[in-house]
Ligand binder design. Sequence first.
Ligand code: HIF
Length: 290
Amino acid sequence: FYLNGASPKGPFVPTQADYQKVYDAIALRLQNETDYDDGSYGPVLVRLAWHASGTYDKETGTGGSNGSTMRFAPESDHGANAGLKHARDFLEPIKAQFPWITYSDLWTLAGACSIQELGGPTIPWRPGREDKDVAACTPDGRLPDAAQGHRHIRDVFGRMGFDDREMVALIGAHALGRAHSDRSGFDGPWDFSPTVFSNDFFKLLVEEKWNQKKWNGPTQFTDKTTSTLMMLPTDIALIKDKAFKQHVDRYAKDSDVFFKEFSDVFVKLIELGVPFQVKPEDRFVFKASE
Ligand code: HIF
């Protein structure tokens, strides 16, 4: 009996082909489990990868995807992480099938897989994250507050080491998924195809007129044409701030440019603070499902 796939030859050292098997298993489960939200767990898996990574603090080197400390309270109970249990639970059967992968590698791989499977750009990925224990949980308040504006966006993403262009590119991920009134308090999708990765978030930001929604919930914005879509105050900040707006315009005009710049910055996000053995040029490019 050998633990974790080890063999008489020694410990099991997974190769790119082994990680591709994990990718394929996640992609298959995404295809099978359509009875959730708009028909896909993909968006909430992207949010899991991002919230695991977005706690990074470049000054102290703490937080980030290395550790997957969101498995534990208090981090799992941080307000910003409401609803991410759905994503973590979705991945448990995958972890059971491939016990050798760390949770922190699995969560980020699932984010990359979801982006690719939902029609987004290739997200090159490399392994090397280790799971840490509860003592490594980050303090509450490191993830952004959607009720705020441009200064907050720069504070939070600046702390992770991103510039204006990278911040705008990242936020284009809000083409995916929706807000839930029982999680964040906000409600609705950002565009008409929340399970397809596209530059629609930017197109809608510049082409639609966004009015403040009249309701009892937190301040959010709705499109004048259909009143079915949603923008958060932090999303609207991207068209109010001139330096941000120039990138919104670029991405609204050119989907290829957005896909390329998004891929680079998402790779950077899920690698923050990770001491990799695999070199950047040796990142794995996973084959998407047919
Ligand atoms: Fe989100 N984000 N995000 N986000 N996010 C929500 C949902 C998603 C912010 C707030 C929210 C990023 C940045 C920011 C996704 C991916 C990314 C929700 C709704 C809120 C409030 C949660 C709910 O109620 O279920 C703020 C303030 C951000 C900084 C400006 C990233 C760039 C866009 C880093 C990112 O990748 C995804 C995907 C969802 C949809 C989740 C779902 O369950 O459908």
